[in-house]
Design a protein around this ligand. Sequence first.
Ligand code: ZN
Length: 78
Amino acid sequence: MGFWDSEQCEYCNGPIVEKTMDLPRKAGKRYILIMNVPVGVCKKCGTKYYTANVLKTMESVRSRRKSNAEIPMAVYSL
Ligand SMILES: [Zn+2]
């Protein structure tokens, strides 16, 4: 049983499935990539949902002194 079982999308009432994703997040002036984040994703419209717990953990990884890896990131503007 996943956290998102029997949950529905608040926009389209579609079913929400849990996926593990790598997410870029803004941290101050730079972006960081957080890997293996459990995300609830609406099967119909693709809206992403995060549990309070996951959001809290994502905040806390930023304050870790050492990251797992440093990669150069290309940034484009439309
Ligand atoms: Zn939806």
